[in-house]
Ligand binder design. Sequence first.
Ligand code: 8X3
Length: 243
Amino acid sequence: MSMRTAVITGASAGIGAATARSLAQAGFHVVLGARRLDRIEALAEETSGTALSLDVTDADSVASFTDRISECHVLVNNAGGAKGLERVDAADEEHWRWMWETNVLGTMRVTKALLPKLVASGDGHVITVTSIAGHEVYDGGSGYTSAKHAQSALHRTLRSEHLGDPVRITEIVPGAVETEFSVNRFDGDTDRAAKVYQGYEPLTADDVADVITFAATRPSHVNLDQIVMKPRAQLNGSRFHRE
Ligand code: 8X3
């Protein structure tokens, strides 16, 4: 059997990069998409994969990315993130726009473009990394929680629209994972970002990548609809047990 292809968006760091390594190890040919081509070129070499430049917020970039992909069995929608933690009355509209463009429209654009290839593969799989912020809300999270709720709604819509097609649809719902996520949210403020993960052991990108690879390597008739994963010390978006 020829190698199955897995396409990973946001592959330059964090969960995306860890997933690329994990899926490559599980025998997939990995196609890595990210804006920072230099970072994914090294990773492509390491994983014997392919690096392609991708900005999910730009329809032309998505079109040239997906045009270069001839086969796709697994799509991991991982590109996204948060900006800011201000209440609605103080939030920055540009932050809202960025969060909706990357998390929501970015996922929709890439998924729409690759769905024909996923179906044609005879055993396709769309895995979308949302967040517990897609299922609950917290103060200051409006732009991010609303975008993640929308992304989660998209996942459920796809599950329904493709019932009967040879495509599995999985939502991965992580809580606190220590990556560049908080540094990006707080615009490079590494001290503030570090505080998010203080006093308990957060999930790592590898923890999430393990679960994505588990979902992607089940037999074709097994659809893991939704997997919620959190650090043991996290109850929800705002309650942690910190030592
Ligand atoms: C990241 C988790 O709780 O910071 O998606 O929104 S949270």
